[in-house]
Ligand binder design. Structure first.
Ligand code: PNW
Length: 491
């Protein structure tokens, strides 16, 4: 009926990993229970509540701290192979330092992991998804080079306590969002707005922190635990607005700035930062009167330490933009990442809008990203570690646009696999509705609806949950499938 009958016959391999993802601050709640320490999102939302669109916070969120059994039940309803969750650093180490471990946190994650394993669901754990212990932020957070040691200590605690059962580790979720949004601007905690230096200082230290955590796993845990360890980047598709060389270069610069800056040092053959963006930052810095580049260089030793430190390339993908070399008019010559790039971004009118202003349904965007990473880094093992669609509040359980988005994305996945991309798994964002950072609860990304008015935070399957379940079970995309009823069961 969609003229896609040929594609219907393509299927996902039996060992292709299908799952869903969440993150600790977005779902757990229990922000100060059982000895958990304060993190930067607790601190910011409590002390500066107006930065969040609906003045909300993650104090309770979906209350997964108390509802983890229901969450695992949902995974079983969906028939998932895997679930990606993140560990809350300040729940496990209330002071941020590994000198003091909170036993209640170890118990919570043990319970969650063991419940998943009971039903053969593979736990995929992210060590850091944006909720830095506030105590460490007060010491500079990712602007302090010692973060590399603090993060390694924390990672070792996680491997020691959970690595007998967790065989898939993601050290850090989305370096660019942490560094640029958190340090270089004001769109994430700790809203430092250090536009000239924040992004780049954080980038270097974050990469060293990641590398320390990887080497710790590789040297001291992998020999006995035998898992995989890697990192995940936000990868959007940036196409040139026109065929001009200027626009093509602008699009390449944007790719380098948004993900290359963080993934070239790990995945490129030579290591270190991508050349065009590094050159641009260095030139701008010189013009601005700085004695050296605002992007701090790696020493040769550091370059070698970071290079090759990931067993897979995790892609979080949502959307696309068109990029031009047109000058940004509103930059005011303030040194910043935006000023360094100095590009224009465009979104065609005919791309379907979501409940989030930045998220559009862009044709083939996931396919294009997977191909770009595949070609840029010489065919690494890839996982899509997040992909999803935002509904605004009017949309309830009949989330037809999300269904359309997921079908198109999974068609891209099949195309990419056909084209030779070494893609091993796909995780939908998100298992359940959750706290959407600066947008609070005003946007919903879940396959399951969470009732925030209900103290029990009841979860109800949306239409997309039935569709995803059907794909996971049958291993192909059936465009004619419609759920018979909205009653979800465990098969
Ligand atoms: C992700 N982009 O961030 C985060 O990892 C999640 O915690 C978050 O809830 C989810 O997306 C939805 O916003 C993104 O460049 C970072 O398009 C960057 C982009 C998209 C999402």
């Amino acid at each position: 009926s969609h003229g896609l009958s040929v594609k219907h016959q393509r299927s996902f391999a039996a060992d292709f990993v299908f799952g869903c993802a969440t993150a600790s601050y977005q779902v757990e709640g229990a922000w100060n229970e059982d000895g958990k320490g304060e993190n930067i999102w607790d601190h910011m939302t409590h002390n500066k509540p107006t930065v969040i669109k609906d003045l909300s916070n993650g104090d309770v969120a979906a209350d997964s701290y108390h509802n983890y059994k229901r969450d695992v039940e949902i995974m079983r309803e969906l028939g998932l192979d895997a679930y990606r969750f993140s560990l809350s650093w300040s729940r496990i180490l209330p002071t941020g330092f590994a000198s003091e471990i909170n036993p209640a946190a170890i118990e919570y994650y043990n319970n969650l992991i063991n419940e998943m394993l009971k039903y053969d669901i593979k736990p995929m754990a992210t060590l850091y998804h944006w909720d830095l212990p506030q105590k460490l932020q007060e010491l500079g957070g990712f602007a302090n080079p010692l973060i590399a040691e603090w993060f390694e200590d924390y990672a070792r605690v996680a491997y020691e306590h959970f690595g007998d059962r967790v065989k898939f580790w993601i050290t850090i979720n989305e370096p660019k969002e942490i560094c640029h949004q958190g340090y270089g601007s004001t769109t994430m905690a700790p809203i430092l707005n250090s536009t000239a230096f924040g992004t780049y200082l954080c980038a270097k230290h974050l990469l060293l922190a990641h590398a320390n955590a990887y080497h710790a796993y590789n040297n001291d845990f992998r020999p006995t635990q035998g898992g995989e360890c890697g990192i995940t980047f936000a990868v959007s598709w940036y196409d040139a607005l026109t065929d001009s060389d200027e626009d093509k270069f602008a699009a390449e610069l944007k790719k380098q700035g948004d993900y290359g800056l963080y993934s070239d040092p790990i995945f490129s053959e030579e290591g270190g930062y991508p050349t065009d963006i590094a050159k641009r930052i260095s030139e701008k810095s010189a013009q601005q009167g700085f004695s050296k580049s605002r992007l701090p260089e790696f020493t040769e030793e550091e370059k070698a330490w970071v290079r090759g430190t990931s067993d897979f390339y995790g892609v979080n993908h949502y959307t696309a933009k068109l990029i031009s070399a047109t000058e940004h008019k509103e930059l005011n010559d303030v040194p910043s990442y935006e000023d360094d790039l100095d590009i224009g971004t465009f979104v065609p009118e005919d791309w379907q809008k979501s409940g989030a202003d930045w998220l559009m349904m862009a044709p083939k965007s996931l396919y294009n990203c997977l191909m770009d990473v595949h070609e840029r880094y010489n065919a690494p093992v890839l996982y899509v570690t997040e992909n999803g669609w935002a509904d605004s509040l009017e949309v309830g359980l009949s989330d037809d646009l999300r269904v359309e988005y997921y079908r198109a994305a999974l068609e891209d996945v099949l195309d990419a696999i056909d084209a030779g991309v070494n893609l091993k798994g796909y995780l939908a964002w998100s298992l359940i509705d959750n706290f959407e950072w600066m947008s609070g609860y005003s946007q919903r990304f879940g396959l399951y609806y969470v009732d925030y008015e209900d103290p029990a935070r009841t979860r109800t399957a949306k239409k997309s949950a039935f569709v995803y379940k059907h794909i996971v079970k049958n291993r192909y995309i059936d465009y004619d499938y419609e759920p018979e009823s909205m009653t979800m069961t465990i098969d």
